[in-house]
Design a binder for this molecule. Structure first.
Ligand code: SAH
Length: 257
């Protein structure tokens, strides 16, 4: 690998992948080894943080217990201030920084402040998490399209700015941050004509040692999530591709004695 330029006074806005440190990109690993300060989110695994330089300052800037422990504006201000102090700043986010991670907002703040930055893409949980669950995101006989949707809204309800009618017609729906409002979201999809028997997978803590997959269907998913105590972070996958897991659960096969 040719190491990318990481001069003092710059920020790398990097994705750390869904959890398994093996899914870090070479650029992200290189950034971890060279950064003076690492500003990281709640979903960054210990295994990944352990790859930071022993001299680096590690700064937690995530959410715990659903409450923002650092405001978005404060995070952006901190990145700008550290860069202006001449530090190499690694801003590390779960998955890919530009997939529901507010990476765009931070990049805009850096651009406005005139701080040089680089975006290091990561394996989004919406891609890598499904792979570890043995669920192809697309499959030729099943779907020619897929949609990523957020189930979270600032108002604390099922997001109103999502066109649920349009989403319901996409063959494979990958929902992020959807556990809290799963009943309402499933209700919108059912009300918009999606069949109650459509298979659903709830994939929690994908790619980590705590990975857990619940297989259910659209009509039963909210009850099953509650009954089986589904935990965040989780992806909810709706569509026929979920059935392929029966044959493709390579992770279970790999750990079987
Ligand atoms: N930028 C991230 C998404 C950030 S939003 C990415 O590309 O993956 C946070 C949401 O991502 C979580 O609520 C959950 O829906 C999903 N997520 C992130 N990591 C996950 C994991 N290891 N397993 C399951 N879902 C995950």
């Amino acid at each position: 690998m040719t190491p990318a330029d990481f001069p003092p006074g710059t920020v790398w806005l990097a994705g750390a992948g869904p959890g398994d440190a093996g899914l870090l990109t070479l650029h992200a690993a290189d950034g971890l080894a060279r950064a003076d300060v690492v500003v990281y989110d709640a979903l960054i695994s210990e295994e990944v943080l352990a790859m930071a330089s022993p001299k680096a300052e590690l700064v937690f800037a995530g959410k715990r217990g659903g409450r923002p422990s650092a405001q978005q504006a404060d995070i952006s201000r901190r990145l700008i201030a550290d860069a202006r102090r001449g530090l190499r700043v690694l801003r590390l986010k779960g998955g890919d920084p530009f997939v529901f991670g507010r990476g765009g907002e931070e990049a805009l703040a850096l651009a406005r402040a005139g701080v040089p930055f680089r975006i290091v893409p990561g394996v989004s949980s919406g891609v890598g998490g499904l792979a570890y669950a043995g669920i192809p995101l697309t499959h030729r006989s099943t779907n020619a399209a897929v949609v990523f949707v957020t189930g979270h809204s600032a108002a604390g309800r099922v997001p109103e700015d999502v066109d649920w009618g349009a989403v319901a017609r996409v063959p494979v729906i990958v929902l992020f941050m959807a556990l809290k409002h799963l009943r309402g979201i499933a209700g919108r999809l059912l009300a918009n004509g999606r069949g109650g028997g459509t298979p659903v997978a709830i994939v929690s803590s994908a790619t980590t040692a705590a990975q857990r997959v619940i297989i259910t269907d659209l009509a039963g998913c909210a009850d099953d999530a509650a009954a089986q105590n589904a935990r965040p972070p989780a992806l909810v996958v709706v569509g026929e591709v979920v059935r392929l897991r029966e044959q493709l659960d390579w992770l279970a096969a790999a750990v079987r004695p």
